[in-house]
Design a binder for this molecule. Sequence first.
Ligand SMILES: [Zn+2]
Length: 80
Amino acid sequence: MRKEPETSKRGHVPVRMCMGCHQRKKKEMLIRLVKNADGAFSLDETRQRDGRGYYLCRDRACLKMAQKRIKGLGDPGMGG
Ligand SMILES: [Zn+2]
């Protein structure tokens, strides 16, 4: 009896912590912000930009919590 390789057990899902509520969620559930050299944050729609990435739920409440903690966060243009 031959052993089958367990290719189906690739369940690794990248998770990131929301900087607002500090819950861990799948990356796709979060928006990515990038801090630029000026210390300003901007929304990274492509998730490909260089720089330190920060993650946040798509939720105004989380944005507000993050704004209280992080100076310079401002309003990165999440819309809503
Ligand atoms: Zn959150």
